[in-house]
Ligand binder design. Structure first.
Ligand SMILES: Nc1nc2c(c(=O)[nH]1)N[C@H]1C(S)=C(S)[C@@H](COP(=O)(O)OP(=O)(O)OC[C@H]3O[C@@H](n4cnc5c(=O)[nH]c(N)nc54)[C@H](O)[C@@H]3O)O[C@H]1N2
Ligand SMILES: Nc1nc2c(c(=O)[nH]1)N[C@H]1C(S)=C(S)[C@@H](COP(=O)(O)OP(=O)(O)OC[C@H]3O[C@@H](n4cnc5c(=O)[nH]c(N)nc54)[C@H](O)[C@@H]3O)O[C@H]1N2
Ligand code: SF4
Ligand SMILES: [Mo]
Length: 765
């Protein structure tokens, strides 16, 4: 018998509603877009279609694995935790909390339970060594947004459905489906933008699929977006085009910004950016003249040495053109649960502290928003201090740093020297092969889901609860149970996971009733807890937050308001309306104003100016994404990897000629830290002087259980990325714009050189 189930796809940020056929109640069949979904209206991509294949993948882990030497054994949860209990606490006792690190990967933000329980785990561990994919990704945007608006989750989102002009830098939403920009069917939304007479301009060294559907493509030189954006701001001031719009009463620092960008005239930056000054001036004038406009930057702007400055300048431009906090410009979502900018007194707060107070041991780099740069993970393991101090143990949750972090060769070697490693993951892969214990997380179809993170980044206010679609196998358990049990091991105080969970819920309830902004302000925590009984784990925490949140039922004070029961009764989601202006209530800055000119950012501009007149760095490597990929981890599903090789080095025809590279032939790519070989693809979609290789490949490591992925292993582009140069304000790695040399394989040695390069410092070079 076939039945239908509905849920939100957790595989990227777009939050598409899925309709899943279930055969005999427990086998996934065809997957379609849910046409009744209030947000996605039937849209989906090939990854969503494959979610059943992921569930059925025989190599997806279903039981804990314990390693002895090179052999893995399936064990019970008690045996797995027995091993953790035996090996982790002694390391903490002997070497202290800072001997143990956590690395949290990207899929955690797509899963409700880790979003809620990982902060508890991190607190229980108490280590300064917190790493995540964020410092390989969006940290710069969170830092700049935190400095300007007061919390790192107060990110202004392009109002794509109403804007007249969208300037996209370093993002390819036609392929990535959007990031820090949750909007299912961005291809359709961009098409409609142009159909209603709007203009789409794409700034990218590659002529991407997004550039293909745009009105204009500006092939910028990698790493120079901050210069380009500063020049746009310069032109607005210079030509007297600054209009502040509705945000004006809430702004401070406009004049300071004008002075700060004075050195970045279009003529000065044009050569470095590879975009002529007349074009820069024209784009600035178009932005100013458009009835509404939004500037949006992503990976290509954040994973550079000037990621935070570039991210800030994006919002500076939105502000100087009057588009901050207005329809058609950029707006702040008002999510139903979990946003720090709906908690506490409206309009003022503590802001964020940048840089953070902690320093890494080896390079002395500061923490940012509580995390250390993932770029230092390897050196903190393999460089013992005089007293023998080093990272000795690692907990990874949904992360594959062996493929996603810079200088992968060194990190891979370092991981193999750890005294102990435990991973919570779906697979035995390039990272988890180094673990001693792997604890399986359930398939996305066997867990409940609510997008706590992405409802706060969405182009409409929506809420949707997805109950678990399929049952767990007897050897599986919910990830909340796994994380709670890990916390209990770290606390070592005899608390049971169930008691710990009660404590966490009670703490949250107390916080909510004490918050003047919540709909349960002043009520009793016990009353609130009683309302959500008998729910447990993440469902209980979510229900608490929904009831107390800005649309909540407020323990009866708003009878039409939200609770988890209400969401459960709406399997296709609830539309909470378009984004609306939220200034000044959204702010949590100490000044109660939008800080347009944070001193930390102004102080970084001389470093940016110092790049003008740098000698030509030669060939620069950038990444790219593919519609059928998901970072490093969905390559074990045949439908997503079949067909031609996608891990190719794209080279412009002129460069191919000059370097004697032939299409289809292998080439050797070498950077300051490593070398790889990849097949050449000659294409004029990359600009001259730029080559492109996707990340997330390199599935040829021994000891993994990824048979399908291994048949199209590809190469790991992060063997080439250098952990030395960072964006100092966020600690984010430079993963784009890597200086490389490329040679045909017959003219170069064919061995892949292991790296011996020592890390360089983060100072401007
Ligand atoms: N050169 C270069 N490097 C990059 C990037 C780039 O553009 N260029 N992009 C960066 C970006 S944006 C990101 S986000 C990072 C990603 O970096 P990571 O988060 O480290 O890696 P992922 O490839 O997302 O791998 C996710 C891991 O989680 C596991 N997993 C998947 N789903 C689940 C789940 O539900 N539960 C659990 N417990 N495990 C799960 C997978 O098996 C895999 O091991 O890579 C970064 N690295
Ligand atoms: N299909 C698919 N979708 C995904 C993912 C995936 O792996 N596959 N990953 C998900 C994740 S974790 C994330 S963070 C998002 C990322 O979402 P996006 O940022 O939209 O993704 P990318 O395709 O990496 O786009 C980055 C673009 O920046 C360009 N670029 C490189 N260097 C520069 C530069 O210096 N300046 C400018 N202006 N451009 C530059 C690259 O050519 C590339 O086209 O995608 C998410 N969605
Ligand atoms: S676009 Fe993203 S959310 Fe939508 S189906 Fe594809 S992977 Fe899932
Ligand atoms: Mo990402």
């Amino acid at each position: 018998m076939t039945t239908l189930a509905y849920r939100t796809c957790p595989l990227c940020e777009a939050m598409c509603g899925l309709e899943i056929e279930l055969r005999d109640g427990d086998r996934p069949g065809a997957v379609r877009g849910d046409r009744a979904d209030v947000f996605s209206a039937g849209y989906l991509c090939p990854k969503g279609v494959s979610i059943g294949k992921l569930h059925d993948d025989p190599e997806r882990l279903r039981a804990p694995l314990l390693r002895t030497g090179d052999r893995w054994r399936e064990v019970s949860w008690d045996e797995a935790f027995g091993e953790i209990e035996r090996r982790l606490p002694p390391i903490l006792a002997e070497h202290g909390r800072n001997a143990v690190a956590t690395y949290l990967g990207n899929p955690n933000v797509h899963d409700l339970a880790p979003t809620l329980y990982l902060p508890v785990l991190i607190r229980a561990l108490g280590s300064d060594y917190r790493f995540s994919a964020s410092t390989l990704d969006q940290w710069p945007k969170q830092v700049s947004s935190g400095l300007m608006f007061g919390t790192e989750l107060s990110i202004a989102i392009p109002d794509v459905d109403r804007t007249d002009y969208l300037l996209v830098l370093g993002a390819n939403p036609m392929v990535s489906n959007g990031s820090l920009f949750t909007a299912p069917d961005l291809p359709g939304r961009l098409r409609r933008l142009r159909e209603r007479g709007g203009r789409l301009v794409v700034v990218d060294p590659r002529r991407t699929r997004t550039a293909d559907v745009a009105d204009e493509h500006l092939p910028i030189r990698p790493g120079t977006d901050a210069l380009f954006l500063a020049a746009l701001a310069h032109e607005l001031f210079d030509a007297g085009l600054v209009t502040l719009g509705p945000a004006e009463p809430h702004l401070v620092g406009v004049a300071e910004v004008g002075r700060a960008v004075a050195g970045f005239a279009p003529d000065k930056v044009a050569e470095a950016c590879g975009i002529d000054a007349a074009t820069i001036r024209r784009v600035a004038r178009e932005l100013a003249a458009a009835p509404s406009a939004a500037v949006y930057g992503r990976i290509g702007t954040t994973t550079t040495e000037f990621g935070t400055v570039a991210s800030w300048l994006v919002d500076v431009l939105n502000t100087l053109t009057g588009n901050l906090d207005r329809p058609g410009g950029v707006l702040f979502p008002l999510p139903a649960a979990g946003s720090p900018n709906t908690a506490g007194p409206a309009g003022v707060g503590r802001g964020i502290r940048v840089p953070g107070s902690r320093r890494t041991r080896v390079r002395g780099l500061s923490s940012t928003l509580g995390e250390f740069p993932t770029a230092v993970l390897a050196e903190e393991i393999d460089t013992p201090g005089a007293d023998g101090t080093r990272l000795r143990a690692l907990i990874t949750v949904a992360g594959n740093p062996a493929l996603s972090a810079p200088n992968a060769t060194r990190l891979d070697a370092a991981l193999s020297t750890l005294d102990f490693m435990v991973s919570v993951d779906l697979y035995l892969n390039e990272t988890t092969r180094h673990a001693d214990v792997i604890l399986p997380a359930p398939s996305p179809l066997a867990r409940g889901h609510y997008d706590l993170a992405f409802t706060g980044l969405a182009v409409r206010n929506v809420a949707r609860w997805s109950p678990s679609t399929l049952p767990l196998r007897p050897t599986e358990q919910p990830v909340s149970s796994t994380l709670l049990r890990l916390v209990c091991v770290l606390l070592g105080n005899g608390l049971t996971p169930a008691a710990l969970d009660d404590t966490i819920a009670a703490e949250l309830a107390r916080r909510l009733v004490a918050d003047p902004a919540s709909r349960v302000a002043g009520r009793s925590a016990d009353e609130l807890l009683a309302a959500v009984a008998p729910r447990r784990a993440e469902e209980r925490l979510l229900d608490l937050m929904l009831r107390a949140g800005p649309y909540g039922e407020g323990l009866g004070s708003h009878p039409d308001g939200l609770s988890l029961d209400v969401l459960a009764a709406h399997p296709h989601g609830i539309d909470l309306g378009p984004l609306r202006p939220r200034l000044p209530g959204v702010l949590r800055t100490p000044s109660g104003k939008v800080e347009l000119a944070p001193p930390q950012l102004l102080a970084d501009l001389p470093r940016l100016a110092g790049t003008l007149g740098r000698p030509d760095p030669g060939l620069l490597l950038v990444g790219r994404r593919d519609l059928r990929s998901n970072n490093s981890w969905m390559h074990n599903l045949e439908p997503l990897v079949k067909g031609r090789n996608r891990c190719t080095l794209q080279v412009h025809p002129v460069d191919a000629d000059r370097l004697r590279l032939r299409a289809g032939a292998p080439a050797r790519i070498e950077s300051a830290v490593g070398a790889v070989e990849a097949e050449v693809e000659v294409t004029d979609t990359v600009r001259e002087g730029v080559v492109s290789l996707p990340h997330g490949w390199g599935h040829d490591r021994p000891g993994t259980r990824l048979a399908t992925a291994a048949t199209r292993a590809g190469v790991n582009s992060n063997i080439l990325t250098d952990p030395g140069p960072l964006d100092p304000l966020s600690g984010t790695a430079r993963l784009n714009g890597i200086p490389v040399t490329v040679a045909p394989i017959d003219a170069a040695p064919t061995t892949i050189a292991p790296t011996t390069a020592a890390p360089t410092t983060a100072s401007p070079s």
